[in-house]
Design a protein around this ligand. Structure first.
Ligand code: 5GP
Length: 190
């Protein structure tokens, strides 16, 4: 199977990476397709199965682990599994597209390790933990204990930013987007 290029976008939850990912996917010249992850967490808000995630029961997720169906997977929060299916990458590369990953820091570094030459890993961060806490509260999709859990994970992830090829600070969304586009364009054309 032919392997194309991979763009990994990782960031603490609430840093704006999903907004940036949506923008990138709309740029036809970048030729990106979104890697839909599998997860055992229930759908949130307007999320659609097969578009935002492949929503699986915990048992179905574990069966796929046993089959060796994942390129990478992780128990991101206790009892909540997330992973990239090998079949998803094959599907996108067969379309001659580059894969865009919106995954967590450990998963992102895992992809970089598996496809080192073909991957550009990008870490998006907010200027401060206070700014992140405020964003998560405004988003208002999670209970306060879930927000606390996401903040704890964010602190763990921030210290791994330096392991990424590039770090983009999302102080201003437009600037963060144009910086990200520039990094990706340079990587895809080199
Ligand atoms: P959320 O529940 O907010 O959609 O995602 C929680 C975390 O899991 C986020 O940091 C998200 O990027 C990460 N995530 C989503 N898909 C994957 C995946 O396929 N693998 C890994 N390792 N993490 C993922």
């Amino acid at each position: 199977m032919k392997t194309g290029k991979c763009i990994v976008l990782s960031a603490p939850s609430g840093s704006g990476k999903t907004t940036i990912a949506k923008y990138l996917l709309a740029q036809e010249n970048l030729n990106l397709a979104f890697s839909v992850s599998a997860t055992s967490r229930p759908p949130r808000g307007q999320e659609v199965d097969g578009k935002d995630y492949y929503f699986l029961s915990e048992a179905a997720f574990k069966a796929k682990i046993t089959e060796g169906a994942f390129t990478e997977y992780e128990e991101v929060y206790p009892g909540m599994f997330y992973g990239t299916l090998k079949s998803e990458l094959d599907r996108i590369w067969a379309l001659d597209k580059n894969v865009l990953f919106d995954i967590d820091v450990i998963g992102g570094l895992n992809i970089k390790n598996q496809f080192p030459k073909n991957t550009l890993s990008i870490f998006i961060k907010l200027p401060s933990t206070e700014a992140l806490a405020e964003r998560l509260r405004q988003r208002d999709t999670d209970s306060s204990d879930k927000i606390a859990m996401r903040l704890e994970k964010a602190n763990f992830e921030m210290v791994r930013a330096n392991a990424f090829d590039v770090v983009v600070v999302n102080d201003n969304l437009e600037t963060a987007i144009s910086e990200t586009v520039e990094h990706i364009s340079n990587f895809l054309t080199r």
